[in-house]
Design a protein around this ligand. Structure first.
Ligand code: G1P
Length: 290
């Protein structure tokens, strides 16, 4: 059973400046819900009840978001806005939220390593709030189902056009025993296009066995002299070599929240699912099309 999720949220958000100069990028909204809450809700919908958020300087708004806002609740209650009071209370009690400071930004692998003590010795999920997935069955749930039937670690995969392969971790497939289900023999972080072992890119959803920490420790020790980034993909490669990694081409649409087009696409897609917003937006789209 997967009970814990690690959410790395210590990045600087430079791709979204100036919007992220004074607020964490994880607090940018999809319609009116911050990205960090969207991914926490995805995890909670999968039965996860402990959320480990890896943060750093300037990220206090994330902690406040999952805290009880007594003053705000009181003002809203006095104004008779009971629905909002209930919604704010629901957010503050969604899950047990544990915040761990990353200190130095030494890469995604380092962020995950920071969660070792809180996660302990059990398989866990990792979700990157940069990737938002619109899916009937939550993307993370699809990975958990595969983990439960096949064991080991699982990464979410998406077929990418060749020219974009060097921006992602890429899977090396050993065999594909079922449609969209791949046993992996390796993973390589951001390879040059001509060295990519496939066109299957890692998207920010993972189920990891606790042995990943030993690999990350080893990689961190090797990097302590050169000072390079500790890549999560390198630890996953080691697990794949041990025959412990699977990849799943998930069902759903993924939005890259690190780009304006992905951010706006996600906002429009989720807005159009709400009838009042859909009705308000339709005439605006008509005008734009003229
Ligand atoms: C990270 C991972 C990469 C993965 C990507 C998914 O890269 O290192 O393997 O494909 O997330 O979004 P980043 O985008 O943080 O550079």
């Amino acid at each position: 059973m997967i009970r814990k999720v690690v959410i790395p949220a210590a990045g600087l958000g430079t791709r979204f400046l100036p919007a992220t100069k004074a607020i964490p990028k994880e607090m940018l909204p999809i319609v009116d819900v911050p990205l960090i809450q969207v991914v926490v809700e995805e995890a909670v919908a999968c039965g996860i009840d402990q959320v480990v958020i890896i943060t750093g300087r300037g990220k206090d708004a994330i902690a406040d978001h999952f805290d009880i806002s007594f003053e705000l609740e009181e003002v809203l209650a006095r104004r008779g806005k009971d629905d909002l009071v209930r919604e704010l209370r629901r957010i503050a009690t969604l899950a047990e939220v544990v915040l761990v400071r990353q200190g130095e930004a030494k890469g995604l692998g380092h962020a995950v390593l920071c969660a070792h003590r809180v996660v302990g010795d059990e398989p866990f999920a990792v979700v990157l709030p940069d990737d938002i997935v619109d899916a009937e069955t939550p993307c993370l749930k699809q990975l958990i189902d595969l983990h439960e039937s096949h064991g080991g670690g699982v990464v979410a995969l998406e077929k990418m056009p060749r020219e974009r392969l060097s921006s992602y971790g890429i899977a090396d497939v050993a065999s594909s025993p079922a449609p969209r289900t791949h046993k992996l023999c390796g993973l390589v972080e951001k390879p040059p296009v001509d060295r990519a072992p496939s066109d299957l890119a890692i998207i920010g959803r993972y189920i990891l066995p606790p042995d990943v920490f030993a690999h990350l420790d080893r990689i961190a020790a090797a990097k302590s002299e050169s000072g390079g980034e500790i890549q999560l993909t390198d630890a996953l490669h080691a697990l794949a070599k041990e025959g412990k990694m699977w990849g799943l081409e998930f069902l759903g649409q993924r939005f890259d929240m690190g780009t304006p087009a992905g951010f706006l696409g996600a906002n429009l897609t989720f807005a159009m699912k709400r009838a009042p917003l859909r009705a308000a937006l339709a005439p605006m789209f008509e005008k734009m099309a003229k």
